[in-house]
Design a protein around this ligand. Structure first.
Ligand code: HEC
Length: 151
């Protein structure tokens, strides 16, 4: 009985399950960037003075960004998950798959800026602010070329 059920489940899986798998990947990918956004928002609120600068907190948030640079996001960019393949679900432009060297360069610039941010984030508000602007510029640098403006 159990065996039969299992066989039925496996037989039922392929068609729908694969599509759902890709949607999950895209959601995870967007979640990754939302996390970046959340950490950046906390840092930028301190830089702007909306929230009082707190070196320990700045260090934590900058450290989170750094930890996330070590996450290998490649598996979330499966073929078939561009905005041409899945309109309305993602803003990832097909250029990402066509120009991996270009994306890599944007990624390297970002990682470099995050490393620099980590050197100063906990020490001084003004230095943190400057380094943060640089990081923000590298986020934008990638978005300009590889993220669609709208869904
Ligand atoms: C190397 C390229 C690259 C870098 C660097 C990058 N992003 Fe993105 N980001 C993308 C792409 C591509 C998407 C679209 C993902 C999708 O829709 O599937 C995206 C999407 C986003 C989103 C939207 C997530 C959603 O809800 O759909 C936010 C927010 C975001 N990025 C913030 C940031 C921030 C903040 C930084 C810098 C700290 C950053 N990104 C750095 C490529 C990049």
């Amino acid at each position: 009985m159990r065996k039969v059920l299992l066989t039925a489940l496996i037989a039922a899986a392929p068609a729908g399950a694969f599509a759902a798998g890709l949607e999950d990947l895209v959601e995870a990918r967007r979640g990754y960037y939302k996390m970046l956004g959340a950490n950046m928002a906390g840092l930028s609120a301190m830089a702007k003075g909306d929230v009082e600068y707190d070196g320990a907190r700045a260090e934590t948030l900058a450290g989170n960004l750094k930890i996330m640079t070590q996450y290998n996001i490649g598996h979330l960019y499966a073929p078939g998950t561009s905005n041409a393949d899945m309109p309305g679900k993602t803003r990832a432009l097909p250029a990402i798959w066509e120009d991996q060297a270009g994306v890599g360069e944007k990624g390297m610039a970002y990682v470099q800026a995050v490393n620099e941010l980590n050197e100063v984030a906990g020490l001084d508000k003004a230095e943190m602010g400057k380094a943060l602007q640089k990081v923000g510029g590298t986020c934008k640098g990638c978005h300009d070329d590889y993220r669609a403006k709208d869904f």
